[in-house]
Design a protein around this ligand. Structure first.
Ligand code: URA
Length: 229
């Protein structure tokens, strides 16, 4: 039988779920919260998002600056309960300077919509902020130079959960060589932030049968944001 304490716990759980859903749906952009987080980031000596974006746009720490058209910093809500991290910009992203705007991006938008999320309610970025020529795999030194930008972004975004898109994002963040099949669908830790890897939308375009397993992962994301996981 439920006592008053159990009822109170249940109310707290439901309230938390409601608040997380609001945050994931964009209420996290309430200016006062953003201002408070920006002040906190200043206290922790993290450059502002604008400063980080400017630093990325001028970055020449690796050779990718020579072949890029535009840097791709990231886009979406600041702060954000959910942050999506992909691998690196592709051709269309390099042209527009915005993450996930090509065919894979269109699928990603649909995947988010399937769990009731608008792109604007989350933050989307990549491990690398510049396109590797011919979409080759990111190199360790490129990842090493770029990761501080992601860490700076996360300092402002303060996500509850990171959705790592694909093998490269998952292996880079989790510092592992385990295959995506073993990493996906499970909650891991990235510097104190919960992270769940899933398949990259470009992979899902090539392997539509895997969409069923990606859907299982997305349901876990929704449940987590609802406070139920
Ligand atoms: N693939 C990625 O990993 N990131 C993008 O921004 C686009 C395609």
């Amino acid at each position: 039988m439920n006592g008053p304490l159990d009822d109170f716990r249940e109310i707290l759980r439901l309230t938390r779920g409601c608040l997380e859903r609001l945050a994931a749906d964009g209420a996290g952009r309430i200016p006062r919260r953003a201002a408070a987080l920006a002040a906190d980031a200043r206290r922790r000596d993290i450059p502002s998002m604008e400063e980080l974006a400017r630093a990325v746009s001028r970055c020449r720490k690796c050779a990718l600056w020579e072949t890029r058209s535009k840097t791709v910093f990231g886009a979406g809500a600041v702060p954000a309960a959910l942050v999506l991290v992909g691998e690196a910009p592709g051709a269309e992203e390099d042209r527009q300077g915005v993450p996930f705007v090509g065919r894979a991006g269109a699928l990603l938008t649909k995947m988010l919509a399937a769990i009731g999320l608008d792109r604007d309610a989350v933050y989307i970025t990549n491990i690398l902020k510049c396109r590797p020529p011919g979409n080759r795999d990111p190199r360790p030194e490129e990842v090493g130079h770029c990761e501080p930008y992601l860490l700076g972004q996360l300092g402002h975004l303060r996500p509850r959960l990171i959705l790592a898109l694909g093998r490269h994002a998952a292996q880079t963040l989790l510092q592992t060589t385990r295959p995506i099949g073993a990493l996906r669908g499970r909650f891991h830790d990235y510097r104190g932030i919960k992270i769940i890897p899933t398949f990259h939308p470009a992979y899902l375009l090539r392997n539509p049968d895997e969409k069923r397993r990606a859907w299982e992962d997305l349901k876990k994301v929704r449940a987590f944001l609802d406070g139920a996981a």
